[in-house]
Design a protein around this ligand. Structure first.
Ligand code: NAD
Length: 524
């Protein structure tokens, strides 16, 4: 594993004045701050205000007041802002890439690809929203004399709680459909990675969004969460399954809706007829993209017996040749993990596996010579379910390699987990791969790709099954979840009761005949 060290110097645009300017919008009345650091070096970039309960209550009230105006705008006026926002994101894409890299420590390729998610999602909903949000006429119970209209109303104020691994994508991409639907937003990014979402909010305002409509509050999750959730009308959460459970319980107590996008332990299946070289190439990204800190990345790699040795040898050699480095150019294949705490957690999974008898085929060590939180891409063989890396999400650059003999066995192993977020199936026979995909209990399955094809298909809902989530982002429901359906029904003449001196018995007889007739003719 070699190190790339060319553009180590922090990008010139990330001046103290620029970074301090970004965090000024975060309310912090008590004066408490959090030291937001550059991951590659541990240098403090800025002091992030920490929001108190009253700051959060005020933020919700401000967003609510601004929402009344925004929600009354015709959709085309809101979409005009979004079109401008899209252009601003593309114009500022490399600066956003710099911000993401500095705060998360990821390599430049992953930071750049993260920035692409926001324009893609925005563009999709600009096109789709007019159809989804327009009133829909439905038949009423009585033909001709009645009708019902489905009206989509914004929820009000949406709370968006985002993790550190894709701070700009989860923070801003989830905000956009909420805004298009007419809501205000209170966004809570992770303390470590608040800069890129704060810049996204600045661009929204530059694009013409009313000031105050999107509020950003910061603090440790358990400090901010309860007050935020007591104030908002819906919550969109992305993070770990453990926290998701807390959010779901709190949402239940407040009787508000929530969408939970949670963790995974994602399998990749290389079937007997797969192209080994393509699968190996993809597995490098699948296992080690974003240093394994992608909710949809691969932690369990199942290879058919007939290909196993060839696949293993090529995968180990290619992994050992990957470059790891702390640079702001497109050089290194891997960047850093997000923090020293997280590096220690990843290391504890590898050490536990090693102690319980797994073999480290490559990697398996931290790289303090590169920066405080670096860890090498690691392949394990002989992982068993009693090991931490065998059953719980590692969320780092660590892949377990397994052998299977039949497709039945591969499917059983793939499904032998509490999670169900993503899976990847490799085969040259698409029909066969499709058949396997349908039998995997996972919200996303990518055939001959790892994750990008499913995640970037913005028209299709993307969410987790089992302990990986509730609800979905993308697709029509990715916008409609931020609305309530109001049913406005019109009756032109009252005929759903006995007419004149008709007895109820006669009315009941007539109703039964009518029910039969309507079914028979297909009217209702
Ligand atoms: P996390 O659950 O620790 O934190 C996520 C966010 O929730 C942070 O902003 C955190 O401050 C906040 N939070 C924590 N406790 C809270 C509480 N009690 N109330 C309110 N907010 C609270 O997760 P993480 O470590 O930041 O992120 C990594 C996890 O996220 C992994 O499990 C990963 O798989 C998952 N993830 C899932 C998706 C997806 O789309 N399914 C996407 C990205 C990440």
């Amino acid at each position: 594993m070699s190190a790339g060290m060319t553009e180590r110097v922090r990008p010139a645009k990330l001046t103290p004045a620029f970074l301090d300017g970004l965090v000024t919008r975060v309310p912090g009345s008590t004066g408490n701050t959090w030291k937001l650091t550059e991951v590659y070096t541990g240098d403090v970039l800025t002091e992030l205000p920490q929001s108190s309960e009253s700051d959060i209550e005020r933020a919700v009230a401000t967003a609510r007041a601004a929402q009344r105006e925004w929600g009354s705008w015709p959709l085309r006026k809101r979409l005009k802002v979004m079109k401008k926002f899209h252009a601003l994101v593309v114009r500022n894409q490399l600066l956003i890439t710099d911000l993401i890299q500095a705060e998360s420590g990821k390599n430049r390729r992953m930071a750049f690809e993260e920035t692409c998610d926001v324009p893609m999602g925005t563009s999709h909903y600009i096109k789709r929203a007019p159809k989804l949000l327009k009133d829909r006429k439905h038949a009423g119970p009585v033909p001709v004399l009645s009708s019902s209209t489905e009206v989509r109303r914004p929820k009000g104020v949406v709370g968006i709680i985002a993790p550190w691994n894709f701070p700009f994508a989860t923070g801003i991409s989830d905000t956009i459909p909420a805004l298009i639907a007419g809501n205000g937003v209170v966004l809570k990014p992770d303390n470590k990675t608040a800069l890129s979402p704060l810049f996204g909010v600045r661009l929204l305002e530059e694009a013409g969004m009313p000031r105050g409509l999107v509020q950003v509050v910061c603090g440790e999750g358990p400090d901010v969460g309860p007050t935020l959730m007591a104030g908002v009308d819906y919550v969109m959460f992305t993070g770990s399954t453990a926290t998701g459970r807390v959010i779901g319980e709190t949402a239940g107590r407040h009787l508000i809706g929530c969408c939970l996008e949670l963790g995974g332990k994602n399998p990749m299946l290389v079937l007997a007829d797969a192209n080994v070289d393509e699968a190996v190439h993809a597995a490098l990204f699948g296992g080690f993209g974003n240093s394994g800190q992608i909710c949809m990345h691969i932690e369990r790699l199942y290879v058919h017996d007939s290909l196993y040795e060839e696949f293993r040898d090529k995968f180990v050699a290619a992994t050992a040749a990957m470059t790891v480095g702390a640079t702001y150019d497109f050089g290194p294949d891997l960047g850093s993990l997000v923090s020293v705490d997280h590096r220690d957690r990843v290391a504890s999974h590898v050490d536990d596996a090693r102690a319980k008898g797994a073999t480290v085929l490559t990697g398996g060590r931290a790289r303090p010579d590169l920066g405080p939180a670096f860890y090498e891409p690691t392949i394990l063989e002989g992982v068993t379910p009693d090991m931490l890396a065998g059953s719980t999400e590692t969320f780092g650059p660590v892949v377990g390699l397994y052998r299977f003999r039949t497709e039945e066995e591969a499917i059983r192993l793939a499904n032998d987990t509490d999670y169900g977020l993503n899976a990847s199936v490799w085969s040259t026979d698409l029909e066969r791969a499709m058949d396997v995909a349908r039998r995997i209990d996972s919200g996303n399955v990518n055939i001959n790709d790892i994750l990008a094809t499913a995640f970037a298909s913005k028209g299709t809902p993307s969410g987790g099954l089992k302990q990986s989530g509730v609800g979905a982002r993308h697709g029509d429901q990715g916008l409609l979840k931020y609305t309530d359906a109001q049913n406005i029904a019109v009756l032109k003449k009252q005929v759903m009761e006995p007419q004149g001196d008709q007895t109820y018995e006669a009315y009941a007889r007539q109703t039964r005949i009518t029910l039969k007739l309507m079914r028979w003719t297909g009217i209702r």
